[in-house]
Design a protein around this ligand. Structure first.
Ligand code: SF4
Length: 396
């Protein structure tokens, strides 16, 4: 467990937490809960001889149980929750004339970049926590109580395609009384390492399914792993909110694919929405310049730092090249097609959880538990600004 992961933005070096996760699993006083991001399931198999995008969800779940995780949950659950909260946020801004474009905020490398280089845009960022952090908040504040444990007794581990997610989990906003909402973040590669360390023969595992209630996700949540996926999920949510009688599928092809900048227009509720999707921070910079100069206008913009979105993240297996990324992307859309639940609001476990824990979506309670704020960051020769410095700066 001594491997060192490097952040795709080059600003951060983080040690693997594999050893700490093994310690937690072997601690009889802890309940160890794991969540797995969408892009992991279409890439982990590559470490065991499968092709990029070949479905390995069932084997991955079985491997996580064999490793010893007490509950095997799915980040898809909170991806659906994020879409609902963010979709409501977009509708609210459209209605009330709020700051536009609404930028997505689930990629921590993009959030940090905006904090460093575009402080004037921070009010445009969605206040929604990322699916990883919504999950941590739910587990520590609500799930722990329901199973009769304290937040300290429940260890929340994430498996992410991403190294920047380690940094996100350590943001002070996502810690309550010294207890982080997400205790440890493993990359796809680090999970593969644990599977090998445990001597598990991945390809011989019988497929298993996630635990409930936090293991259920819609197809709209699966595609979060691909560039354009968050935007398409929001479109599915908003389209269904605006025309409740219509239960047809919305497959929104203009935002799919690995191109660096994608644009789309869509009429929803009598309004023509202009949308943009970018992957790669250099592309984000180009788009932002066009927005700031008045050359372009959008209602909503999705930004992901990695090429192709999270499926091309810095924690994914090698080779992490265009061919692998295309394969994983195909895999994610195939999972979406096979999924019976198409839109986030179809996920009854999510809508029930929102009702039970917060009295519904998009209210003061969800804002407390599922949303966040952003801070301008000073740039000190590429090093992250110390937390104590950061606290002095005014929140936006
Ligand atoms: Fe992480 Fe890359 Fe996804 Fe951003 S796009 S959340 S850096 S994997």
């Amino acid at each position: 467990g001594q491997c060192v992961a490097v952040c795709p933005t080059g600003a951060l070096t983080v040690k693997s937490e594999v050893d700490k996760v093994w310690d937690a699993i072997h601690d009889p006083d802890k309940v160890v809960v794991v969540q797995v991001a969408p892009a992991v399931r279409v890439a982990i198999g590559e470490e065991f001889g499968l092709l990029p995008g070949e479905k390995a969800t069932g084997q991955m779940v079985a491997a996580l149980r064999k490793i010893g995780f007490d509950r095997v949950f799915d980040t898809l659950f909170t991806a659906d929750m994020t879409t609902i909260e963010e979709g409501m946020e977009l509708l609210g801004r459209l209605e009330k004339g709020g700051r536009l474009p609404l930028f997505t905020s689930c990629c921590p490398a993009w959030v940090k970049y905006a904090e460093q280089f575009h402080a004037d845009l921070l009010e445009n960022l969605s206040t929604c926590r990322s699916p990883q952090q919504m999950f941590g908040s739910l587990v520590k504040k609500h799930y722990a109580r329901e199973i009769g444990r304290s937040p300290e007794q429940v260890v929340c581990v994430s498996v992410m395609p991403c190294t920047a997610k380690k940094f996100e989990a350590r943001r002070p906003e996502f810690t309550t009384g010294g207890v982080p909402d997400v205790d440890f973040v493993l990359t796809t590669m680090e999970l593969a390492q644990m599977i090998k360390e445990a001597g598990i023969v991945f390809n011989e595992l019988e497929p298993e399914v996630f635990d409930n209630p936090l293991g259920m996700g819609s197809g709209a949540a699966v595609i979060y792993g691909a560039s354009g996926g968050v935007m398409e999920s929001v479109v599915r949510f908003v389209a269904a909110q605006q025309s409740p009688g219509d239960v047809g599928r919305v497959d929104f092809y203009p935002v799919r694919g690995i191109q660096g900048i994608k644009e789309a227009e869509l009429e929803i509720g009598g309004q023509n929405l202009k949308l943009a999707v970018v992957n790669g921070l250099a592309n984000a910079e180009k788009l932002i310049n066009r927005i700031k100069s008045g050359e372009a206008f959008y209602h909503a913009v999705e930004v992901m730092a990695c090429p192709g979105g999270c499926l091309g993240g810095g924690g994914q297996p090698y080779p992490n090249n265009t061919a692998s990324r295309l394969g994983r992307m195909k895999g994610l859309y195939a999972l979406d097609r096979a999924e019976q639940l198409h839109r986030p609001q179809d996920n009854i476990f999510v809508t029930r959880a929102l009702e039970r824990w917060f009295g519904g979506p998009a209210n003061a309670n969800t804002h407390q538990a599922l949303h966040t704020r952003y801070y301008p960051r000073r740039r000190i020769s590429g090093k992250p600004v110390e937390v104590s410095d950061r606290r002095e700066e005014r929140p936006v």
